[in-house]
Design a protein around this ligand. Structure first.
Ligand code: DGL
Length: 275
């Protein structure tokens, strides 16, 4: 048993899709969330910069004495996989990103061994999903596509399946997935579950969508259960949300991602910046 909080971070508000799933699966756990809203987006930056930001985000969560760290950001998860500095899991709380659980879920779901991945430019460029999926089954065909317009569209609330600009970009981005005949599509970015209805409408009901955020939440449940580190709290867990820019903007998006009436502490914080 361990009553410390679960730490979750993302480049911005998108990681709240993971928090939503965590609260559904683990309602009695306390959660501390950090959204690095002052420096979002990560997906257009170099891997050195993303790695530096990620270290600072993790440092912040460690200072809150969390029992595990969930890297909800697809971009940060991809970059840390190939960075040797993140290989040492011996000190501090364990951390997990979205790539491994989403890749495993996709491999289990595909029937024709053709998996699509949509994500930020940095995630696609890292090749993270292809590497993991092919290590599970080297016969898999993996098709990646960066969808840079999706994050700003979701952040601004253009998520409706019939919203013309969003549909325009979605059709453009997903054309290659249709041509390749993928039967499983990984939503490899925190924001994309908000476009699931539209994406499903374009891809057709025969294509399974895998939410990387939801898969990470399921992994947290599994890991905490196996490590015997679930909380024994009887009442609902608390939710502390930190952002690095204005709380006003952040709160609006919190409502959009988690729904209204969420009982959460929302605070602006500053990160320890290492030069
Ligand atoms: N959170 C990022 C991700 O999941 C999307 C936003 C960004 O580019 O920072 O990849």
């Amino acid at each position: 048993m361990n009553n410390s909080a679960i730490g979750v971070f993302d480049s911005g508000v998108g990681g709240l899709t993971c928090v939503k799933e965590l609260r559904r699966l683990l309602p009695n756990e306390n959660i501390v969330y950090l959204g690095d809203t002052a420096r979002v987006p990560y997906g257009t930056r170099s891997k050195e910069t993303i790695a530096r930001y990620t270290k600072e985000d993790m440092e912040f969560l460690r200072s809150h004495d969390v029992k595990m760290i969930l890297v909800a950001c697809g971009t940060a998860s991809s970059v840390i996989m190939s960075d040797p500095e993140f290989r040492d899991h011996s000190t501090g709380p364990a951390y997990s990103g979205v790539v491994l659980p989403a890749a495993h879920a996709a491999c289990a779901a595909t029937r024709n061994n053709k998996i699509g991945v949509i994500a930020t430019g940095a995630t696609i460029k890292s090749g993270s999903y292809g590497k993991v999926i092919r290590s599970i089954n080297h016969n898999m065909r993996v098709v990646g596509k960066a969808c840079p317009m999706f994050v700003p569209l979701v952040e601004n609330g253009y998520t409706d399946k019939d919203c013309p600009p969003t549909r325009y970009f979605a059709e453009e981005y997903l054309e290659c997935m249709k041509q390749e005949g993928v039967d499983t599509l990984i939503l490899g970015c925190t924001h994309y579950p908000h476009l699931a209805e539209l994406i499903s409408d374009i891809m057709g009901s025969g294509v399974t969508l895998i939410s990387s955020s939801a898969e990470l939440a399921k992994l947290a449940l599994k890991d905490l259960t196996f490590a015997d580190e679930l909380s024994d709290r009887q009442e609902p867990g608390s939710l502390e949300l930190y952002c690095t820019d204005s709380t006003e903007l952040f709160s609006e998006n919190v409502e959009r991602f988690l729904g209204s009436g969420i009982n959460a502490k929302i605070e602006k914080c500053s990160l320890k910046i290492k030069s």
